[in-house]
Design a protein around this ligand. Structure first.
Ligand SMILES: Nc1nc2c(ncn2[C@@H]2O[C@H](COP(=O)(O)OP(=O)(O)OP(=O)(O)O)[C@@H](O)[C@H]2O)c(=O)[nH]1
Ligand SMILES: [K+]
Ligand SMILES: [Mg+2]
Length: 445
């Protein structure tokens, strides 16, 4: 990315025809650009209606403009915002005029957010919360993203880091006074419980939380079983649409078919797979291999078996794998029990719909339990998990050392833990992770 001294601009609202479009400018020349286009600079943070003109004085549109001088703006720089009619020609006229101005250039993806980070307006967890809020599809995702954007995850991590820095200071005092027995005793007595507590807190979050990651990325439920068990029929019934081909021919489904549902506020991807059996057909066997891979990666497998068939369908089930529910299908043919039979057994008919609602309710309950409720987690990404794991490991090593004989080794481990925590919020050496985070942003954010 370029230096922060350029003035950048972008269409921040969605592209395409719309009622209103929002164009933002950030950087030292934002004020000059605003003046050139509208003839003046309005009172800060007040929306005013102005004509917006191109270099030849031709009116592009009349719209609301906002002057948001730094450092109190989103990026911390001088910013201007245009709310214009969202027609293609209005937007392209405005964008082209800005592009033709001295010192202005189009923003790269995530560049506004990156400047906000660079100017200390948001830490990394807040930036990630912002990205997640833009991507949020479910209520739980929105709540989690907002909490993160408001800095609550970052606060927890920063609190850990502050306590660690306190412990490092104590430890270093121990190093300085290593020859004076009384001081080093006192210091050691203080560090041990601090380190043990911190480690317990961090480990608590690590154990409790695939939750945050699950809320963000969702859960996967794989519908599997022998050919003709009624897998595609069930997918269609759950999705209430005709997504997968249903036929009386065993081996109908080859490619995995995915449908995204929101169950209990959690995004759940339902995957219909090829019927699992040995077959001489090369293409069908590729479908079976894919089905087995999906089963292995699932958060939950619905193993379907045709209740009217002679064999149970269990013989083809992969031997190991994730949590599984057993679903008897086509109960209309045998007058079987509809609905939940016990914790892991269901009966249903995709044809009549009997038992499908109960399965959906069971899945919603499972999804909610899986991500937990109430408190919203600190760890929402693999990146956070990795850093917290490395902090916990360093604390464990520190706990295994004798601070009296090795105060410098203890301090080193504590510093490693503090650095890992610092990387979560971006307080320290994060250049390498920045590109990865901001790359995922859309332009104009
Ligand atoms: N009577 C009855 N027939 C059903 C029911 N569900 C599915 N079938 C029929 O069973 C046959 C197979 O259904 P599919 O949904 O294609 O089965 P599948 O498991 O996806 O099959 P493959 O993709 O070939 O593995 C079709 O003829 C369906 O109409 C049901 O609840 N009751
Ligand atoms: K079939
Ligand atoms: Mg099928």
């Amino acid at each position: 990315m370029n230096s922060g001294t350029d003035t950048i601009f972008a269409l921040s609202s969605g592209s395409g025809k719309a009622g209103v479009a929002v164009v933002r400018i950030s950087g030292p020349d934002a004020g000059a650009a605003l003046r050139d286009l509208t003839g003046g600079i309005p009172k800060e943070r007040h929306a005013v209606l102005r004509s917006i003109r191109d270099r030849n004085g031709e009116k592009i549109d009349r719209g609301l403009i906002l002057w948001l001088p730094g450092p109190g703006s989103f990026t911390g720089e001088d910013m201007a915002e245009f709310q214009v009619h969202g027609g293609r020609s209005v937007v392209s006229g405005l964008i082209e005029t800005l592009a033709g101005m001295e010192g202005l250039r189009p923003a790269e993806p995530g560049e506004f957010a990156r400047r906000a980070f660079g100017n200390g307006k948001l830490d990394l967890t807040e930036i990630e919360g912002l990205a997640d809020l833009i991507d949020a599809e479910t209520v739980l995702q929105r709540r989690q993203a907002l909490r993160q954007l408001e800095g609550r995850s970052g606060e927890i991590v920063e609190d850990w880091r502050r306590r660690l820095i306190g412990a490092i200071a104590l430890c270093e005092a121990g190093i300085d006074f290593v020859d004076e027995d009384d001081v080093s005793d006192e210091v050691g007595a203080d560090i041990t419980p601090i380190v043990a507590h911190l480690r317990a807190e961090i480990c608590g979050h690590l154990e409790e939380e695939p939750r945050g990651e699950s809320i963000r990325t969702g859960l996967t439920v794989v519908i599997a079983g022998p050919p003709n068990a009624g897998k595609s029929s069930l997918l269609n019934a759950l999705a209430r649409r005709d997504v997968a081909i249903v036929a009386d021919v065993p081996g109908t489904t080859r490619d995995a078919i995915e449908v995204r549902l929101e169950l209990g506020g959690v995004p759940v991807t339902m995957v219909d797979t090829a019927g699992i059996r040995a077959s001489g057909d090369e293409i069908e066997m590729e479908g079976v291999r894919r089905a087995e891979r999906h089963v292995a990666d699932a958060d939950l497998v619905l193993w379907l078996a045709d209740s009217s068939a002679e064999t149970s369908g269990l013989e083809t089930r992969p031997r190991t794998g994730p949590e599984t529910w057993w679903v008897s299908t086509k109960i209309d043919l045998v007058d079987g029990v509809a609905g939940r039979i016990d914790a892991v057994r269901f009966g249903l008919s995709a044809l009549s719909g009997a038992g499908v609602g109960e399965l959906l309710r069971g899945l919603a309950e499972w999804a909610t339990n899986r991500v937990g409720s109430g408190t919203i987690p600190v760890i929402t990404r693999v990146r956070h998990r990795r850093e917290l794991e490395s902090a916990a490991a360093a604390l464990e090593r520190a706990g295994g050392l004798d601070y009296r004989s090795d105060p410098d080794l203890v301090a080193e481990e504590l510093r490693a833990a503090a650095n890992a925590l610092g990387r979560v919020t971006g307080r320290i050496d994060v250049e390498d992770v920045l590109d990865a985070i901001f790359r995922d942003f859309c332009i104009g954010k």
